[in-house]
Structure formats: structure tokens, C-alpha cells
Design a protein around this ligand. Structure first.
Ligand SMILES: *Cc1c(COP(=O)(O)O)cnc(C)c1O
Length: 810
């Protein structure tokens, strides 16, 4: 039976009545939302059960994707889309006088991640399910998601994000699948002649309880699982935690997500989190594996474990621990299985983001894990002694100067290390990880990041999606490479106008959001220039700001100067402890205040910094963007993914030759992107020869001189402290990220952008070609490459094409 509007309405009303004893007209938004979630969940729960059963029945190899962050955002619309229910439900709600958009807004974002890394993990979850691949997520169910950002007097204020107050409607607690995680205390080994008997003394026993969320595949009757762990006190141990403080110590483990992006905080609680979700995940995988009486000596034929960045690198040692201490395998046999099972993705080359934990701290968190890492290290050194020179061994070993290098553990303990864009992988191979590349060339490979086209185009931009359907049909909704068919229409004036009209529609929609949230009026006829990403010095929001100040000063000097009207839109959170980034936020907000309230500027320049950037806000901003700012210092941004989301929605990219920007340029061609700035080789040269002098640019460029002075001479008000800080970072600290060096090129490029915008036909054609080529960045293809090259997993043989609506469950 098919899911029809009538079926839906009937089911919805029935459940609303059962659950709340209410009619539609009396129900509050939260009640409507929760009822809708219940209907949706019951729509896929049967298929969810069938999916995991089929894995067992068909003895399929599965992958477990370990990530300390997942950033799914809202799930309602995405699930409706993937189930094939979207249109029917939207129409059914409308018949009842309800609005899907409004109900969806009730959902609190699941924000268990900081930015790109967590969002990538969630795009991969969607794609694994949509490709029918047996893939599971493994992570932490933080009680508090990423902080909520507010601005007070232009300063960032962080508020707790208590996302679970109304419960989470998508997840299911599986208390029966809980596992015990041992932490702390002391460990004793006793050699009984066959193996070491391991006993723990004074260790804490923590109960890890899994919460499973169904991840619905796109029109394929396939639902995977994302498993997030919560820390609780085991009933048997309650006596050991008599006070509230004692209990809190355990509950705190999964209480907060560390709010640092591309920067690690060496706090012991974080290390405990890393061990906690790693151990819980590995234990449950092996327990499940053993239920089917297969030998552990071939476990790597049946499961793959992926280490997303180094946070789960202890997977290597935990897997060894279980094979050795609990299953009594020989070291060499266990090691072979471990290396064959594990694979690792590197996400950054920036020194401050590379995790190094003090040996003493690891000893406190889990002494047995430290012993195993020490033994892995000892054997690594022994193996290479005589084959490699001493320097090489000292540079590459895992433990050095009392610190455990997590990336080294992940590389040595796995069969695959990949970077996330061509340039990034090249830097790993030739520079940062060159030693390991020399040692294990066959382990290195590239997997350029991708995005879920479904969320970032079908859900976020229905207007553009319909225009695409009318042009090339709907095949692209199943295979995004089909978007390339659009390129044939690049001279179709009617289509180009429709693309422009869709953009304008979305700009009007965003202008409304801006008005509601900030009170600022912006014109949809202005160029919307967007930079949305975490606030970080290397991402260079400051370069963008210097350009804005230039435009402002130009207008003050000559109010009649012809500028293409622009609205600059920012979205960005700074880590609470990242002082410099917070100063930049303050400066952007003060420039915004100055510009937006200056009557002589009226209509020519606006600056909008939207609060609390996250997935849901991104879904509103991205469809309305004309320009995408991707202006990191070359070599610093491993890949970037907002660059992909924005091009997919027809924004034109202003970019440095960094991360995946290079691949975007290769696809769209030089004429359809705006490139400027230092290249990788130029940056690396400066970093070795130390010949960069930022002050030269200040002294020799009067325009730049005037702009920097504006930060310290009162031109920009209310930044007495922050203005000097930024000025000093550029001139006294010699501008670590080459902002001044790239400024002139950036301004010239932005002038080309404005000139191009004046020719709307040409602009729309460029947009079309960006949309047409964005399908190459589909995460569906990325995960297929991981599946074939790294994990050796295949799609579920029972995947059927066709929507869940073909199996009406009620
Ligand atoms: C895509 C995305 C990011 C990553 O943006 P980059 O510009 O690639 O750093 C960060 N946060 C959210 C909410 C996103 O959707």
C-alpha cells in the first residue's frame, strides 16, 4: 500500500489524539512536531530492523565510523525527503491548516560538533545509508551541544545548549546493549605461561549506554544506525558513588562537547571522553562479532573501523587490548588484524591541532592502554632499528619526550591514511608526514571531502531544485553527477533568468530572517557576499573585514563613487578561549554598527553578522549567497566543505588556491571562479626563508595604511582594545597568515567580482556552471571511494530501489 495524503492525515490525527488528547487546532507547535516525528519514525522502524538483520543474514562486512563529533542539524525534513514522504506530508499538513516549514523550525538542531569535521561525519552517514552501504556511526551523546552564541555590545557570549530538555525524539536508548568501560586505577599483569592475566585495582567502572538514531537512506529501503554513547553509573557500583559530586564525576564524562575547532585542549576530561567512546564502541563491535561464532583471526574480513581524525586513535590500542587480554591472541596475530581493520583520516596539518597527550595523563586515564601503546612503540622502534637512521626513528615513533603522538599511533596502527583534498594529501605525503609516506607509501591516499547534495540542495533550496527538474528532469536527485547536464544550457537565456529568479527568491527569504533577527534592512538587489565558517585566524575573516573597511572609507571620501551595492554576511562562532578570534568578532560587529547606521552610506553597503551559526542557519544563508568567501591562507584549510555547499547553490567563489578550492577551480575553469593570493609554494617559501615583512605593505600601500589606522585612531568606534590587538598582530607579530600580503590581490579580485555582477546574464551563466559542476562533490561518491579503496565493503544486496512509501507501515 502506498503512503498517501489521506493515510498520512488519518495517522497524524490518530497519534495526536492518542498522545496528547488534542485536535489539530488546539495543539502547540511542539506537540505537532513530536507527533510528526512519531509518524515518521514508525514509517522507517520496520525497515531499520530489516536492514541490520540483513547484514547478519548475508554476513556482510560493515564499517564503523568513529567520530568524536556528529553535526546532523535537524532531521525532520531530511528524513521525509529520503523516505519519499516529503511532498505528501507537506500537502497533508497544509490540508490540516499546518505548515511543514513552521513545524520543522520547532526541532532543536542536533549540534554535537563544532564545524566541518562533525558535519562531514553527518554527510557521510547520510551518504552511506543512501548508497545502501553497511555503515554505522559511533560517537558521544553530549548532554550539552555546541554553545549557543549571542552578541552583547558586539561581544560573543556563550550560553549552554541544552538540546535535550524536550527529549530527543529521533534516538532510542538501548539499555540492554550497554557495556562497561574501565578507567583509571592501577593495572597488574601476571604471566601464567600462556598469556598475561590482567587485573585492575581501584579503577572506575562506567556504564556506557548507547542511544541509536536511524539514518534513512534515500529512496532505497535502507536505514543505518548512528550510535552515540552516554556515561552512567552501573547499578552494581552505586555504592561507590555516594555523593552528588561523585555521580557528577561520571555524568560529566559525556556532558559537554569541547568547543575548539582545529585546535586541541589538552584537558584530561577530553582524553577520558576519547577513551570512553572508543572503548564502548570497540567492545560492542567485538561482542556482536563473537555472537556469530566466527574466529577473531579473521575479524578484519568482516568489519572495518574508521578513525575520523585522531580523537578515536585509541581504537588501535583498545582493539589490541581486547584481542590480547580478553581473547588471549598472540601479539602478532592480534596486530595483523588490528592494522587490517583500522583506517585513519587526517584533517589538518596545523601544529596546534595535532594531538599530543602526556604519558602521565594517559596513565591516569587508562594504564593498560598506555602499556599497550608503549609496547606498540617499542616494537616499532625495534623493527626499524638497523633499517632506518636513528633520527628517522625518533621523529616517527609514537612516544617522544613524555608525549604520546596520536597521529603516529593512528598511522602505524592502520592500513590506510588519507587526506581530505588533493593539495592536503600532497602536503601530507611530501611534507608533514613525509617520513611515514617513505615508510608506508601504499597506505597513503586521497579522498576529497564531499557534501550531502540532498540536504544542501533538495532540502535547503526547493526553488532552485524545481528549476533544475524542469530543465534536466529528476535523475540528478538520485545521481548528482547528472547535474552536469545543466552545462549544456549555458546559453539558454530563459533558464539563466530562472536561475537568477530563484536566487532572488532566496535572497528575499534571507532578508526577512535578517530583519527578524537583527532589525537590519537589506535589499535583495544588492550583492550578498557570504563568509560562514568557524572564526579562525587562518580562515582570514580579517581579510574580508579590511576590504569592507576599504569600501566604507572609499564611500566616505566620495559618496557618489559608483560601487555595486553589497551586503556582507557573516556567520561564525569562536572557541570561548580563543581570545584573538573573539576580538575579530567584536571588530566586525563594530564595523557593522558604524556602516549600517551611517546615513551617507545608505543602500550601498551593509554588514550583517548573524548570531549562532549552525546547520539550520547555513541552510537559510547558502541558497541566498551570491559570493562565497573561501580565503584561507594557502596550505591551511585541509579541504573546506562550505565552499562546495555554496557553489552547489549557485554562489561564485572568491578563493585562494587552498584545500578543495583548487578542485573547484579545475572543474568550473578559471573563468568561473575568482582566484587570488599566495600559492602553496609561496607560503611554504615564506615560512622557511622568513623574508616576509608585513610592515612593508603597511608602509608602502597608502590604502592599506589608512585602513589599518582606522582600527586604532577612533575611525571605528568602541574597539580601543581589540583594534590595537589586531593592528599589533599584523604589524608587530608580523601577520602570521599573510593578510597584508594578499590584500591588494584580494581587492583587485573583488573589483572584478563587482564588474561581473553588473552583467547579470554573464553572472547567471557562471552560477549555472558552478551548479552543474558541484555534483562532483557529492559525499555519495566520496563514501563509495572509501568503501572500495579502504573499507572493502559492498552495498547491501537487499537494497531495493523505491521509496519507503511503497511499504506503508500502518
Ligand atoms: C559546512 C559547515 C561547516 C564547514 O565550513 P568550512 O567553511 O568548510 O569550514 C561548518 N559549520 C557548519 C554548520 C557547516 O554546515
Amino acid at each position: 500500500m502506498k503512503m498517501t495524503k489521506e493515510n498520512f492525515i488519518h495517522e497524524f490525527k490518530k497519534r495526536l489524539g492518542e498522545r496528547y488528547a488534542l485536535d489539530v487546532k488546539d495543539a502547540a507547535p511542539i506537540e505537532l512536531y513530536q507527533t510528526l516525528v512519531a509518524v515518521v519514525k514508525s514509517g522507517y522502524s520496520d525497515i531499520w530492523r530489516k536492514t541490520w538483520k540483513s547484514y547478519v543474514k548475508n554476513d556482510q562486512k560493515q564499517v564503523y565510523y568513529f567520530s568524536i563529533e556528529f553535526l546532523p542539524g535537524r532531521l525532520l525534513k531530511s528524513n521525509l525527503l529520503n523516505m519519499g514522504w516529503y511532498d505528501v506530508v507537506e500537502a497533508g499538513l497544509k490540508d490540516m491548516g499546518l505548515d511543514l516549514d513552521q513545524i520543522s523550525e520547532t526541532e532543536v538542531d542536533m549540534a554535537l560538533g563544532n564545524g566541518g569535521l562533525g558535519r562531514l561525519a553527518s554527510c557521510f552517514m547520510d551518504s552511506l545509508a543512501s548508497e545502501g552501504l553497511p555503515g554505522n556511526g559511533n560517537g558521544i551523546r553530549y548532554k550539552y551541544g555546541l554553545f549557543k552564541q549571542k552578541f552583547v555590545d558586539g561581544y560573543q557570549i556563550e550560553l549552554p545548549n541544552e538540546w535535550l530538555t524536550d527529549g530527543n525524539n529521533w534516538s532510542v536508548a538501548r539499555t540492554s546493549k550497554a557495556v562497561d568501560v574501565l578507567m583509571g586505577g592501577q593495572v597488574h599483569l601476571h604471566d601464567n605461561g600462556k598469556y598475561y592475566e590482567v587485573t585492575y585495582e581501584g579503577a572506575d567502572l562506567i556504564k556506557a549506554v548507547p542511544y541509536d538514531t536511524g539514518i534513512v537512506g534515500y529512496h532505497n529501503d535502507h536505514v543505518n544506525t548512528m550510535r552515540l554513547w552516554d556515561a552512567q553509573i552501573p547499578a552494581s557500583e552505586e555504592i561507590n558513588y555516594p555523593t552528588i559530586e561523585d555521580r557528577r564525576r561520571v555524568e560529566d564524562l559525556t556532558s559537554v562537547l569541547y568547543p575548539d575547532d582545529s585546535n586541541y585542549e589538552g584537558r584530561i576530561l577530553r582524553l577520558k571522553q576519547e577513551y570512553f567512546f572508543t572503548s564502548a564502541g570497540i567492545q560492542s563491535i567485538i561482542r556482536h562479532y563473537k555472537k556469530y561464532d566466527r574466529p577473531l583471526t579473521e575479524i578484519s574480513d568482516h568489519i572495518a573501523i574508521h578513525i575520523n581524525d585522531t580523537h578515536p586513535a585509541m581504537c588501535v590500542a583498545e582493539f589490541m587490548r581486547i584481542l590480547l587480554d580478553e581473547e588471549h591472541l598472540d601479539w602478532d596475530v592480534a596486530w595483523k588484524q588490528t592494522v587490517q581493520t583500522m583506517s585513519y583520516t587526517n584533517h589538518t596539518i596545523m601544529a596546534e591541532a595535532l594531538e599530543k597527550w602526556p604519558v602521565d595523563m594517559l596513565a591516569t586515564v587508562q594504564p593498560r592502554i598506555l602499556q599497550i601503546i608503549e609496547e606498540i612503540d617499542r616494537r616499532y622502534v625495534e623493527e626499524l632499528t638497523g633499517k632506518k637512521d636513528e633520527d628517522f626513528i625518533e621523529r616517527t615513533r609514537i612516544i617522544k619526550d613524555g608525549m604520546v603522538k596520536m597521529a603516529h599511533l593512528a598511522i602505524i596502527g592502520s592500513h590506510s591514511t588519507n587526506g581530505v583534498a588533493k593539495l592536503h594529501t600532497e602536503l601530507l605525503e611530501n611534507d608533514v608526514l613525509h617520513d611515514f609516506y617513505e615508510l608506508y607509501p601504499e597506505r597513503f591516499n586521497n579522498k576529497t571531502n564531499g557534501i550531502a547534495i540532498r540536504r544542501w540542495l533538495q532540502v535547503a533550496n526547493p526553488t532552485l531544485s524545481k528549476t533544475i527538474d524542469q530543465t534536466i528532469g529528476t535523475k540528478w536527485r538520485f545521481d548528482s553527477k547528472e547535474l552536469h547536464q545543466l552545462a549544456k544550457y549555458d546559453d539558454d537565456q530563459a533558464l539563466l533568468e530562472k536561475i537568477g529568479a530563484a536566487k532572488r527568491f532566496n535572497k528575499v527569504r534571507l532578508a526577512k530572517v535578517i530583519k527578524e533577527q537583527t532589525g537590519i534592512e537589506v535589499s535583495p538587489d544588492a550583492l550578498f557576499d557570504v563568509q560562514i565558517k568557524r572564526l579562525h585566524a587562518y580562515k582570514r575573516q580579517l581579510l574580508n573585514l579590511l576590504h569592507i573597511v576599504k569600501l566604507y572609507l572609499d564611500l566616505k571620501e566620495d559618496p557618489n563613487s559608483q560601487q555595486v551595492p553589497r551586503v556582507f554576511i557573516f556567520g561564525a562562532k569562536a572557541a570561548p578561549s580563543y581570545h584573538y578570534a573573539k576580538s575579530i568578532i567584536k571588530c566586525i560587529n563594530e564595523v557593522a554598527n558604524l556602516v549600517n547606521n551611517d546615513p551617507t552610506i545608505e543602500g550601498k553597503l551593509k554588514v550583517v553578522f548573524l548570531e549562532n551559526y549552525g546547520v539550520s542557519l547555513a541552510e537559510k544563508i547558502i541558497p541566498a549567497a551570491d559570493v562565497s568567501e573561501q580565503i584561507s591562507t594557502a596550505t591551511k584549510e585541509a579541504s573546506g566543505t562550505s565552499n562546495m555547499k555554496l557553489m552547489l547553490n549557485g554562489a561564485l567563489t572568491v578563493a585562494t588556491l587552498d584545500g578543495a578550492n583548487i578542485e573547484i577551480k579545475d572543474y568550473v575553469g578559471d573563468d568561473n571562479i575568482f582566484i587570488f593570493g599566495l600559492t602553496k609554494d609561496e607560503v611554504l617559501a615564506y615560512e622557511t626563508n622568513h623574508q616576509y615583512r608585513a610592515a612593508d605593505y603597511y608602509e608602502n600601500d597608502p590604502v592599506l595604511h589608512r585602513i589599518l589606522d582606522a582600527f586604532v585612531d577612533g575611525t571605528i568606534p568602541n574597539i580601543e582594545v581589540e583594534g590595537h590587538e589586531i593592528y599589533d598582530s599584523l604589524l608587530r607579530a608580523n601577520d602570521e597568515y599573510f593578510v597584508l600580503r594578499d590584500f591588494a590581490g584580494y581587492v583587485a579580485t573583488q573589483e572584478r567580482v563587482s564588474q561581473t555582477y553588473l552583467d547579470q546574464a554573464k553572472w547567471n551563466k557562471m552560477c549555472l556552471l558552478n551548479i552543474a559542476n558541484a555534483g562532483y562533490f557529492s559525499a555519495d561518491d566520496t563514501v563509495e571511494k572509501y568503501a572500495t579503496d579502504i573499507w572493502q565493503i559492498k552495498p547491501n544486496v537487499e537494497v531495493q530501489k523505491g521509496a519507503i512509501d511503497d511499504v506503508y507501515p500502518f
